[in-house]
Design a protein around this ligand. Sequence first.
Ligand SMILES: [Cu+2]
Length: 160
Amino acid sequence: MHVDPLEKKWMYVVALITVVMIASMTYAAVVMNLHPPSNVETIDPKTLHLSGEFAEDNLGVTTNPDGSVTVRMVAARYAFYPQLIEVPANTPVKFRITTPDVLHGVHVPFTNMSTMIVPGYVSEVNTQFSRTGEALFLCNEYCGLGHDYMWSRLRVLPAD
Ligand SMILES: [Cu+2]
């Protein structure tokens, strides 16, 4: 089979790009331990606000016996509840977020805190914030007409 030399060159370029991409993904997964959040835990979106972990009284920041922090939140059109989260810096933080209505997302700019929030599932993200100060907690999945106004605040306080 005849392959044009120019075409052959581009085949090598494409093969090289593919190898570089697969190598960088493998490096990120194995060496840097970067994985997409993958927590398969289901919840009934129709009743989550009535009782259990995501009832209104249980939302917010809880300090665990080992000093780490768990944050429980509900994302609903068009806000995150609670509206202000205060967490200590340099402390492991576990976010547990769910939604009673449609697909949402959450993203805190300049950090690795980012996940999708899918109805029927509990999204869980483990992270840690090193910089103190205030950041925005933004919805990054289009969820309806009020999506642009869907955000709350995250305040990172000095650890002591
Ligand atoms: Cu949204």
